[in-house]
Design a protein around this ligand. Structure first.
Ligand SMILES: [Zn+2]
Length: 385
């Protein structure tokens, strides 16, 4: 599985980039596929009942392109219809409508802008409204309240979703400009992902650029050092020498919890970016590998929430990719079909766990995710003690 994904990576990049640049929804349907039903046993996960108080810390995990059908396919491929992924064990679930300001089809830029600013915008814009006016960004506001902020992505760290948490540009393809804005964004303490190509000409003595996870020293957090970790030229190849989302998220979390200068509060956004790229390619093997990493990341964070007891975990997606359909069973396989190589206009789910998780139920707009996080983080925690 690993080697075929590795070998296909240049094509992944080329196709994914073409789709991302064009934003085109390709109508061509893929043939039906038959995916083996797995026989994995459910791994136990302790789920605690939390009250509806306001948490100190927020962890937002985004599965780019992860619609409800992707979750179902991964569940069945792992252990059959009765299996439960870590995401399935999260007790509070809602539905998120994802349309952009002028289109029922959203791209990651306008969707991430809804999450990071609470405003809908035009596809391709990042943290600018439809008139190209700058919007307030969640992480910048949280920093003023004493939060340390961290970002993780398996794409370049300058890709649309992470970019919406620190940059304002009118075209998501301006990744060199986005990189410059990340360097200046002193409200981001740690940012880990790919994207070395976009930082080549940038020199900034106040930032500790690292190229392996081992080079990150958690004790730097207390010195207010800023870390930018770049682990591949663009998106991170799935390779034993490259960090997974799970490993990067763990490292970022260790760094943020070591930061004693920030009232011990943090916000962490971690994206499983390539679930989307697998959807664009209609490549199920790639999808299962990416989702496996995402679900392991969720499992780790649920365990962190159990230990910490003061952190809210929110898991959602920016949109669905691939128009994936699960059609039925044939022998020991599930019959599936992708209906597009672009994004679909389907709603996505939001899952929550931890104190305050009960805010994330019912049908909501993607801008409501920002509004709920803003409300939760402003109550009782507006100043450092
Ligand atoms: Zn996409």
């Amino acid at each position: 599985m690993k080697s075929s994904i590795h070998n296909s990576f240049p094509f992944v990049c080329i196709f994914a980039c073409l789709f991302l640049i064009s934003g085109i929804v390709v109508a061509k349907e893929s043939p039906e596929e038959f995916i083996k039903i797995g026989n994995k046993q459910i791994q136990e996960l302790n789920i605690i009942e939390f009250d509806s108080s306001n948490p100190k810390n927020i962890i937002l995990l985004i599965g780019d392109g992860m619609g409800p059908n992707q979750v179902s396919l991964v569940r069945i491929a792992a252990g059959g219809p009765e299996y439960r992924l870590a995401i399935d064990m999260m007790p509070y679930i809602g539905v998120v409508l994802t349309h952009s300001i002028n289109n029922i089809y959203t791209d990651s830029a306008s969707s991430a802008t809804a999450y990071s600013t609470g405003e809908k915008t035009i596809n391709g814009y990042i943290a600018l409204n439809s008139k190209k006016e700058p919007l307030q960004i969640l992480t910048e506001e949280l920093h003023k309240k004493g939060y340390a902020n961290g970002l993780v992505a398996t794409s370049s760290i300058t890709h649309a979703t992470p970019a919406a948490f620190y940059a304002r540009v009118d075209d998501r393809e301006k990744e060199i400009e986005i990189a410059k804005q990340l360097v200046k964004a002193d409200f981001i303490s740690i940012a880990l992902g790919g994207g070395q190509d976009y930082f080549k000409k940038i020199k900034e003595p106040n930032i500790n650029f690292v190229y392996t996870l081992d080079d990150i020293d958690e004790s730097d957090a207390a010195k207010d050092s800023r870390i930018i970790g770049l682990f591949d030229k663009e998106g991170i190849m799935r390779d034993k020498n490259k960090p997974t989302q799970q490993a990067m998220t763990k490292k970022a979390l260790n760094f943020l919890t070591s930061n004693t200068n920030s009232c011990n509060r943090f916000f962490l956004m971690s994206e499983g970016s390539q679930i989307d790229w697998a959807g664009h390619l209609n490549n199920t093997e790639y999808l299962l590998a990416e989702f496996d990493d995402f679900d392991k990341t969720i499992r780790d964070i649920i365990e962190f929430v159990n230990r910490d007891k003061n952190t809210l975990l929110i898991v959602t997606a920016d949109h669905e990719t691939g128009g994936l359909q699960l059609l039925g069973q044939k022998d020991n396989t599930v019959k599936i079909k992708y209906t597009t190589q672009g994004h679909s206009a389907l709603p996505v789910n939001v899952y929550a766990y931890g104190p305050g998780a009960d805010n994330f139920t019912g049908v909501m707009d993607n801008t409501d995710i920002f509004k709920k996080i803003s409300r939760i983080t402003s109550i009782n925690h507006s100043t450092c003690n």
